[in-house]
Design a protein around this ligand. Structure first.
Ligand code: BGC
Length: 768
């Protein structure tokens, strides 16, 4: 862990220019709006280490799967999140020398991500090789109000010279993904045009025909007055630019405002794209930077009103949680049920595909509590819409009768992950998708979701489990063989406790929902039955599996066993490992990892978190105390589950340690991989650590339950949640819990096991 950035409540601040961490900073200072995102690359040329990244939601490339040994059932392609047209570029030449920080003496440098208002600012003073010294301040944002618009204000002031400054605002579609094989480009040019003060580039993907049109307009001021310099326009393959030359004296401030619109064929007819994009970009220019910026501040203030967490007395923790909430709100806004939340969001390319079980297991609860109900619902509908593909996927693997196996990684419902031990074996993901339906209905009370969409998904998932189990005569029990649990540091194991547990839970829940939908709306139920050719006799088999599932268990320790044979491994604790071994995945061979007892992420404990209601605190504690010391937390998804369970069992210091680790995972580069992008999906886990962990928030029988505690070094903390259309501000101090109802409706809740009714716009204070 290294502290790179200055602690601040609302900002992430970098104060030194250090090219060796530039890729980490580019990830951290990324901006986005759910529709598109941009790494914190410099506008001007930079020849130092950089991963240039500009991404548009839902645009991907089905790159051919390359493996040495093809296995039947492998997906045809690996979906790459596509790096698209560079729209931020403004090359600068000062008295004929290119401004490139890698070649300058950088006298001061500051990069700030303002999370409150949603913008990125960078300022520096640089001395060029010709001795000219300039001050540069750039500010940019991606509008949260006008989805397709990005704006830049780029200011240059000569400090010790007079002469010519040349600006070249450009659009460059000749972009190659960092993870492309052999530097292959995934884009073809469709058209382009450079005109005076504006221009566009339209490109299309070589496969699937996604079109992206990028249009730029700009204006220039000198000492706050608009000027019209001489302009040269230029075009080359997938590239357009304008070059303008400005004469200036010492201390003149030249500012270029660049307004860019990025549109795609996902939302417009391709024939309309150029006109629409031109209009959007021109409208932004006519409205002007200040107006757009005001909209941005208002837009973010609304988001913070519903999702902020305030921590008093611990600035590192405060900055951590705001950073996580900020990135989540930049990644997914929930208006479009065909989009999802990639593990790297818009901050990098790694992982390919955009939808993992991360969405259902970690992200849904965050959006359920901090946004309108439709946002989480759209994430569920995303899977509903892909049910046919999940059934097809299962069929390819030999399942039948409408059994569905959702893909491990997907863009459009098709599997696009090709490591056999994950693609074929990490089947627990199917359980998380069912669990998310339960979570949504439990939280919102929206049972109609089950009738409309949920039940069909649940039946299809239950059918999968009913076929995936085998009956062991030796054990006289059902078993599940050859799986990978959430702990990916073990593959091809038998009877992973978590997988067996979630499989039977899915069957139980499917039966419960079948019964409830049948009662609530028999006509709808008959329709679903017919549509899925569902037979009542299927339930008999499901019940038999529920009653006779095998769960590995260690009697001596009285714990659930992660899988058959886990105790055969040499039992070593993480604390006894020499730190030079960590992270294991960067220092040990894969074979050594597989043979070790070290656990990548919550596995048995993931199950105890999901199904907490079924276990007493003593059971959770015994399992936690056995597994946590063996867990290396090399998945970003791991510390948060441990923080929640540690809170549950009263291990408050451990909960706090785990919280800091999840909340500052990227800021402090814990896993030494932030240069690839941030861990967006685990950021929801950070929020869960506070709200479900420290706050002890649960929902049961339509009621909100709170059992909060406060970490010892915090003075107080508060979080906002929306529950059944009521916005609450819940503040916890060492001596009291204060709950403020910010809406007009009454709400019933239970705090420390006592029931309360909180009237609209009223506050209650409960002694702690
Ligand atoms: C984790 C998975 C997760 C994936 C994407 C992996 O490292 O082990 O559980 O789905 O990352 O976040």
């Amino acid at each position: 862990m290294i502290q790179y950035f200055k602690y601040d409540e609302w900002n992430i601040i970098e104060e030194n220019f250090d090219p060796s961490i530039n890729k980490i900073s580019e990830s951290i200072f990324s901006i986005g709006n759910g529709y598109m995102g941009q790494r914190a690359n410099f506008e001007e040329d930079f020849s130092g280490p950089s991963l240039k990244g500009s991404y548009i939601a839902g645009i991907y490339y089905p790159d051919k799967t390359r493996v040495g040994w093809w296995k039947n059932g492998y997906p045809e392609y690996f979906a790459k999140v596509l790096n698209s047209t560079n729209w931020i570029g403004i090359s600068v030449k000062i008295n004929d020398v290119i401004l490139d920080l890698a070649k300058c003496m950088v006298k001061s440098f500051k990069r700030t991500l303002n999370m409150k208002e949603g913008y990125l600012e960078r300022s520096f003073v640089a001395c060029l090789p010709n001795g000219n010294e300039v001050k540069v301040v750039s500010k940019r944002f991606i509008s949260v109000i006008r989805g397709e618009i990005g704006c830049i204000r780029y200011s240059v002031t000569p400090l010790n010279f007079e002469g010519e400054i040349e600006f070249t605002p450009y659009l460059d579609g000749s972009i190659v993904n960092e993870d492309s094989n052999y530097d292959e480009s995934f884009w073809d040019e469709v058209s382009k045009k450079a005109e005076l003060t504006e221009g566009y580039v339209m490109v299309k993907t070589k496969k699937l025909d996604f079109y992206i049109c990028t249009y730029m307009t700009y204006e220039v001021t000198k000492n706050n007055k608009k000027i019209t310099p001489n302009i040269d326009k230029y075009e080359k393959s997938k590239y357009i630019s304008n070059t303008l030359t400005v004469d200036c004296n010492k201390n003149d401030e030249i500012v270029i405002y660049k307004y860019v619109a990025n549109t795609s064929s996902r939302y417009y007819e391709t024939s309309e794209l150029v006109n629409v994009t031109k209009e959007l970009s021109n409208k932004a220019k006519n409205d002007g930077f200040d107006k757009l910026f005001k909209e941005q501040i208002n837009g973010w203030s609304k988001k913070w009103l519903e999702s902020d967490v305030v921590i008093k007395g611990d600035i590192a923790a405060q900055q951590g949680i705001r950073f996580n909430i900020f990135q989540l709100n930049q990644t997914y806004t929930g208006e479009d049920a065909t989009l999802n939340i990639g593990p790297k969001g818009f901050t990098g390319e790694k992982y390919g595909g955009c939808t993992y079980w991360d969405t259902e297991a970690y992200c849904i609860p965050f959006y359920l509590s901090t946004a309108s109900q439709d946002v989480a619902k759209n994430l569920l509908i995303y899977r509903y819409k892909q049910l046919d593909k999940a059934i097809e996927n299962a069929k390819k693997l030999g399942f039948n009768n409408g059994a569905a196996l959702y893909p491990m990684v997907t863009m459009n419902g098709e599997e696009c992950h090709n490591e056999w031990e994950i693609t074929f074996e990490e089947i627990h993901r199917n359980g998380a998708i069912a669990y998310a339906i339960y979570n949504y209905v439990n939280y919102t009370g929206d049972k109609s979701y089950l009738e409309e969409y949920g039940l069909q998904v649940l039946i299809s998932i239950a059918r999968f489990w009913a076929q995936r189990v085998s009956f062991s005569n030796a054990k006289n029990k059902y078993v599940i063989l050859g799986v990978t649990g959430p702990n990916e540091y073990e593959n091809n194991v038998n009877n992973n406790w978590y997988t067996n547990r979630i499989a039977t839970w899915c069957l139980e829940y499917a039966i419960e929902v079948i019964e409830s939908v049948n009662i609530a709306d028999p006509t709808k139920f008959d329709y679903i039955k017919e549509k899925l050719s569902f037979k009542d006799s299927e339930i008999e088999k499901w019940n038999d599996i529920i009653d006779n599932m095998y769960y590995p268990y260690n009697e001596d320790l009285d714990i659930f066993l992660q899988q058959d044979g886990y105790m055969d491994k040499e039992q070593v604790l993480v604390k006894d490992l020499d730190s030079t071994n960590i992270p294991l995945n960067q220092n040990w061979s894969w074979d050594r990892i597989l043979r070790s007892c070290f656990i990548k992420q919550a596995d048995v404990l993931q199950g105890l978190y999901f199904f907490e209601k079924d276990y007493d605190v003593a059971t959770i504690k015994r399992n936690f105390e056995f597994y946590e010391p063996r867990t290396i937390h090399e998945s970003s998804l791991s510390p948060c589950i441990h923080a929640i369970l540690a809170s549950k069992i009263g291990a408050h210091d451990k909960a706090y340690e785990m919280y800091l680790r999840t909340s500052r995972l990227d800021l402090d580069n814990y896993n030494n991989d932030t240069d690839d992008g941030c861990h967006i999906t685990s950021m929801a886990g950070t929020w869960l650590s506070i709200v479900h962990g420290f706050g002890g928030l649960r929902v049961s029988n339509d009621k909100l339950i709170l059992n909060p505690f406060i970490p010892t070094n915090w003075n107080s903390y508060s979080f906002k949640i929306i529950f059944r259309n009521t916005l609450l501000n819940i503040s916890i101090a060492s001596d009291s819990v204060r709950i403020e109802n910010l809406t007009g409706t009454n709400i019933h809740l239970t705090v420390f096991n006592k029931d309360y009714t909180l009237h609209g716009n009223k506050t209650i204070i409960i002694a702690n």
